[in-house]
Design a protein around this ligand. Structure first.
Ligand SMILES: C[S@@+](CC[C@H](N)C(=O)[O-])C[C@H]1O[C@@H](n2cnc3c(N)ncnc32)[C@H](O)[C@@H]1O
Length: 475
């Protein structure tokens, strides 16, 4: 069977763990968190009317959202990606070939090497050597394929993250841990034109010196193509924990901790605390709004680790900026039987040449998936009691009676948002606070938020929404 990034067929991690996960989809009933208090008896009774046995991914009609719903932001909106960034991504093969060309023999072996490394990064991690990025064959496969897909994911995400999170200032110091071929600096440079004029200093840390060097060449090539300033790159060949000379105001970690965790067989809460304690000393204590961005593959273990790291950072004065619409407990924390926080977008608009390489390596990809958390050191925010914000964290789910729902994350906990409007994974919306206690879905334990009846909601207290274009493009 071909491996695909989609929730419709068993994935390698489902086969490995012999259980079915659902990113935001149907899983066994989860225990509710205690953020906003216990469910009242009236809520428990009303759960008798709730939905059981629903399916996912149904084709649905597109109905406009009611006007009391505010559309705040979309996570992977292609319209936010600058045109020159799209061009760089589509032509990335020629850029890599200019800095890291393959001879004909290497080219003929590439598909096999990609497939081997794909197994090494997923279902056969135990067999992968720690310094795999120092081996020519794996490094080639990474740079010619995995880097490109990671750029597709990160450029789309960075282009849509709130600008007050990625507002790096002149001479700011950034650290990228497990930088590989500088994937994070490359993605930021490509996706955020306003940063191309800033003088930033990047400490890029990895155990593979070769991958850092390839990444630096790529960044120089791309900066020249985009007519931007050259960021200063300080290559740090060393392990996570190695000393660096200066403290950073922004720390990025992309797709590294799933590897580190695999190497040590310890429980995830221990790992999360340990990794967080390892990151904190790199952060400049004088920086009042220091930021941390963590992204990992969209698989349950990584989502669990990130949720626990979110908790650990919050205990140290950080608050989540995205994707969480609140700073309370995580209702999609990936505990056994519960939902896990991940986001996906269709690869329809991914570079054609990249998709061809995927097909050739027998690794077709319908969707790009990731789990992430962006955090900022800031005083605790007072939650908005007049409005309820929620982030869509699933595909559409077909509910009995021809209804459609989506799992979503909110300050109340997990929601099952019922609506006939098309919503996308990652959409952030807000409604006036519900007037009465919400009923509870028997299957998932989620609060049911039906957007059908405006009488359920108080009057809107704020305006200023933006309207999404149709969500139909992803389904
Ligand atoms: C999957 S790659 C991710 C590279 C890049 N951040 C990206 O997202 O494409 C993981 C990287 O982490 C590096 N790595 C693994 N263990 C490490 C450690 N203990 N300290 C520093 N880097 C490490 C590997 O060499 C590799 O380059």
């Amino acid at each position: 069977m071909k491996k695909q990034e989609t929730n419709q067929i068993p994935t390698w991690y489902e086969k490995k763990s012999k259980r079915k996960f659902s990113g935001g989809g149907s899983g066994p009933k989860s225990k509710k968190n205690d953020v906003v208090g216990e469910k009242k008896d009236s809520q428990k009774k009303s759960s008798q009317k709730t939905f059981v046995g629903y399916k996912k991914n149904q084709q649905k009609k597109n109905v406009a959202l009611p006007d009391f719903v505010t559309e705040i932001e979309r996570l992977f909106d292609l319209a936010s990606v600058p045109d020159d960034a799209k061009k760089i991504l589509s032509n990335f093969q020629s850029i890599i070939n200019s800095t890291h060309p393959l001879n004909s023999k290497q080219r003929s072996l590439l598909s096999d090497q990609i497939r081997d490394l794909s197994h090494g990064l997923t279902d056969q991690r135990g067999e992968r050597r720690l310094g795999y990025m120092n081996q020519p064959a794996t490094l080639s496969a990474y740079v010619h394929y995995f880097l490109w897909w990671n750029l597709v994911r990160l450029v789309r995400l960075f282009a849509n993250l709130p600008s007050n999170f990625l507002n790096l200032g002149e001479n700011d110091l950034c650290l990228d841990i497990g930088s590989g071929p500088l994937t994070v600096p490359l993605a930021l440079y490509i996706s955020r034109p306003e940063l191309r004029t800033k003088k930033l200093r990047w400490y890029c840390m990895d155990i593979s010196a070769q991958s850092l060097s390839i990444g630096e060449n790529l960044l120089m090539t791309i900066a020249t193509k985009l007519d931007g300033v050259l960021w200063e790159i300080v290559r740090v060949k060393g392990e996570f924990g190695a000393d660096i000379k200066e403290k950073a105001s922004f720390v990025f970690c992309a797709n590294i901790f799933n590897e580190i965790v695999e190497d040590r067989q310890m429980p995830p809460d221990y790992q999360a605390k340990k990794i967080t304690e390892g990151i904190l000393p790199y952060i400049n204590p004088k920086c009042e709004n220091a930021k941390v961005f963590l992204v990992e593959p969209g698989v349950p273990n990584s989502a669990r680790l990130l949720s626990l790291m979110r908790d650990a950072f919050m205990r140290r004065g950080f608050n989540p900026v995205s994707p969480c619409p609140h700073a309370s407990s995580c209702p999609m924390d990936g505990k056994k039987g519960g939902k896990w926080c991940n986001f996906a977008f269709s690869t329809d608009d991914a570079p054609a040449d990249l998709k061809k390489i995927s097909e050739k390596a027998n690794l077709p990809k319908e969707r790009a998936v990731l789990s992430f958390v962006a955090m900022e050191k800031s005083p605790a925010q007072k939650s908005d009691e007049k409005n309820l914000s929620f982030r869509i964290g699933s595909d559409p789910i077909h509910l009995p009676g021809g209804r459609t729902g989506y799992y979503a994350c909110s300050v109340l906990g997990l929601l099952l948002v019922v609506t006939d409007s098309n919503l996308l994974y990652g959409d952030l919306l807000s409604v006036p606070a519900p007037k009465r206690n919400l009923p509870v879905d028997e299957k998932s334990g989620a609060y049911i938020l039906s957007l059908d009846d405006s009488k359920n909601f108080s009057r809107r207290t704020t305006t200023g929404s933006k309207t999404f274009t149709s969500g139909a493009e992803y389904f």
